[in-house]
Design a protein around this ligand. Structure first.
Ligand SMILES: NC(=O)c1ccc[n+]([C@@H]2O[C@H](COP(=O)([O-])OP(=O)(O)OC[C@H]3O[C@@H](n4cnc5c(N)ncnc54)[C@H](OP(=O)(O)O)[C@@H]3O)[C@@H](O)[C@H]2O)c1
Length: 55
């Protein structure tokens, strides 16, 4: 397991509670896999997280 990082999967990450949890988890050092149907919103959140330097 050395060198591997656990990944936290967040469903419903495109809005509401899921998006809020994504921001909290990434602030706490988690690597995220974001899941929802609206790809544009997922990309916007992923871009926001990447711009924060916390991914
Ligand atoms: N907000 C509250 O205060 C509160 C309180 C108690 C309970 N809840 C419950 O908690 C849940 C989330 O609330 P929320 O306020 O975060 O809602 P929301 O803002 O409407 O977000 C719902 C999320 O679920 C995804 N989703 C919706 N239908 C889906 C489907 N059929 N398949 C896959 N993904 C689906 C949406 O993504 P896509 O549409 O992009 O797939 C979105 O990311 C809801 O069930 C709500 O009733 C909320």
């Amino acid at each position: 397991m050395s060198g591997l990082r656990p990944v936290t999967i967040i469903t419903g990450a495109s809005a509401g509670i899921g998006a809020a949890l994504a921001r909290v988890f990434v602030r706490n050092g988690h690597v995220l896999a974001l899941v929802a149907r609206r790809e544009d919103r997922l990309h916007a959140l992923a871009d926001e997280i990447a711009a924060s330097g916390r991914w």
